[in-house]
Write a new protein. Structure first.
Length: 273
């Protein structure tokens, strides 16, 4: 028993001496280690590492988990720095992977939704209920800007991106669902339903929004391979006409919110000041 105790004490002294020696000569030891590993065959070294990890899989994973647990903040910081340095390359790799594995990713998404449909519905419902008032107030404050960006930024960027991706399919959809037959009368009908007459200053803005809705619908359906194109056109015409009505009358909306009356220059023609 006493001999075992002496062996344990001797082992502790050796470990303490080794730690002290390493701390005192750390840079020199690291330099020697770097030189040694640089002199080795990298392929052979990688093979040895893989073989060791395969043989001691659980031990290696446990060491990794322990290291990550102790150095979580450092790992997050290193990851953030890497993403900042390589943001463009990461985006390009992600887009290329999504383009090459589009059908596989869609199938995985459909399978996940089918397996977790109720969970997703409850989660979305809880999120909407928790943020409904906040989203409504934010939309009311920024309604004009949100609608303007939808009309002028989002739709045109999407149309351009899809046109570059599949121009032949877009041309085919434009031929199958022409504007005159599937959109023009619907735009006039929708504008009339919104209470906007031809002599109204907002009529042209609403009609332009309807044309943008037609182009966006054709491009979107061509990209996704949809066949319910006319229903999609009707839906988008209504949405973008509403956006045009919200984005166009900035002056009218400001006056209505502050109980003021808007005067147009035409009403003052012929009046002498």
């Amino acid at each position: 028993m006493e001999e075992k105790h002496m062996d344990a004490a001797r082992k502790k002294r050796k470990q303490a001496y080794a730690r002290a020696y390493y701390q005192a000569h750390r840079e020199e030891i690291r330099r020697q280690q770097r030189e040694y590993y640089q002199s080795q065959d990298k392929a052979a070294h990688a093979a040895r590492v893989r073989a060791y990890r395969e043989k001691n899989r659980e031990h290696c994973r446990e060491v990794q988990r322990e290291y990550r647990r102790k150095n979580q903040e450092r790992i997050q910081e290193l990851g953030r720095r890497y993403r900042e340095r390589n943001a463009a390359r990461i985006r390009e790799n992600r887009r290329r992977y999504e383009a090459e594995h589009r059908e596989e990713l869609r199938e995985k998404k459909r399978a996940y939704i089918a397996a977790h449909r109720e969970e997703i519905r409850l989660r979305n419902q809880a999120y909407r209920e928790a943020h409904r008032e906040q989203r409504r107030e934010q939309y009311q404050r920024n309604r004009g800007e949100v609608c303007r960006r939808t009309l002028e930024d989002y739709t045109f960027r999407s149309i351009q991106r899809i046109q570059e991706r599949c121009p032949e399919r877009v041309a085919e959809y434009l031929e199958r669902w022409p504007f005159a037959a599937f959109a023009e009368r619907r735009i006039y009908w929708q504008i009339h339903q919104m209470g906007v007459r031809r002599e109204d200053q907002r009529f042209d803005a609403c009609f332009d929004a309807g044309m943008v809705a037609y182009l966006y619908s054709i491009h979107r359906c061509a990209c996704m391979g949809y066949e319910h194109v006319y229903a999609y056109i009707r839906k988008m015409i209504r949405i973008l006409v509403i956006c045009a009505l919200n984005a166009y009358p900035d002056a009218e909306r400001l006056c209505a919110e502050n109980q003021l009356r808007l005067e147009h220059l035409e009403e003052w023609e012929g009046v002498t000041l």
